[in-house]
Design a protein around this ligand. Structure first.
Ligand code: BEZ
Ligand code: FE
Length: 285
């Protein structure tokens, strides 16, 4: 039986509807419908289709356990942030989630209140302090705050060769009263990796390839939804053009400039520093 272009979509949908799992059937039939509609809408040429296949092949070849070009493509298309928003519909009081990004490393060392996770790496000292609470304002004790960030050159640990100690990442725990204190250095805005197929595509547009200055957090405590989020520096560059669409107003925080002297961790600093105060609010399960 010949398959003409008016029948092919229905036929492909019927075939994929036979998937043994109802969810796989739902996903695959919708995917077929949307892909076919896309090809029809833009009248996809064979050369364009082959260029797309070559692009996907290059993105796959470039990806490994340190570099994930396909996640990066999902990030710059806004798909990663959309999936975060669809899956983390917290109450309005809870701290919003944002993208995980490709640079989280499992197994960061557990450290004490006020520990300096920058450990001598050059930069302006930054303290981030506050509480972790539930949506009623009650403190959450012993919650784990896994924090990570780029250095002042915009490099994450996994982008640097031969690092054998945790660099700008650590796991803090809240105290009995829910308080935490992180010492680090001020993050800077940085460019996403531009040396692969995603970079080639982004360079063919007017899209800014920068992310605004931020520190990442993954906060976990039994009984609460896991919170993957960032804190962004108020007034930082690229807040209005984040290439991965990760900025939420509720995550933009003032980094107050403080003179040398008494610091939030109880120590005395010989140089001026920045201080960001932020209370994270976890969504009960
Ligand atoms: C990040 O914030 O680390 C990040 C997120 C998405 C793409 C690239 C980097
Ligand atoms: Fe980041």
């Amino acid at each position: 039986m010949s398959v003409d272009k008016d029948k092919i979509t229905d036929l492909a949908v019927q075939r994929w509807a036979t998937a043994h799992s109802p969810r796989v059937a739902e996903l695959m039939t919708a995917l077929v419908r949307h892909l076919h509609a896309f090809a029809r809408e833009v009248e996809l040429t064979e050369d364009e289709w082959m260029a797309a296949i070559e692009w996907l092949t290059a993105a796959g070849r470039m990806s490994d356990d340190k570099r994930q070009e396909l996640i990066l493509s999902s990030d710059v298309l806004g798909l990663s942030m959309l999936v975060v928003q669809l899956n983390n519909r917290f109450s309005p009081q809870a701290t919003p989630a944002t993208v995980l990004g490709p640079f989280h490393i499992d197994g960061s060392p557990a450290v004490a209140y006020g520990f300096d996770m920058s450990d001598g790496i050059p930069g302006t000292p930054l303290f981030i302090t506050g509480k972790v609470t539930d949506t009623h304002g009650s403190p959450v004790a012993h919650a784990v705050l896994d924090a990570w960030q780029a250095d002042a050159d915009g490099a994450y640990e996994s982008q640097l060769p031969d690092i054998d100690e945790a660099r700008l990442r650590a796991k803090y725990r809240t105290r009995e009263d829910g308080t935490y204190c992180i010492r680090t250095i001020a993050p800077r805005g940085y460019a996403i990796p531009m040396d692969g197929p995603v970079g080639r595509l982004v360079r063919a547009t007017d899209i800014s390839h920068f992310r605004p200055p931020h520190v990442h957090f993954l906060i976990e405590e039994p009984g609460y939804e896991r919170l993957i989020t960032h804190l962004f520096q108020e007034g930082g560059e690229y807040l209005d053009s984040d290439v991965v669409f990760g900025v939420e107003d509720a995550l933009v925080v003032r980094f107050d400039a403080c003179p040398a002297g008494a610091a939030p961790d109880g120590s005395v600093l010989a140089e001026p520093y920045l201080h960001a105060a932020y209370d994270f609010v976890l969504q009960p399960r």
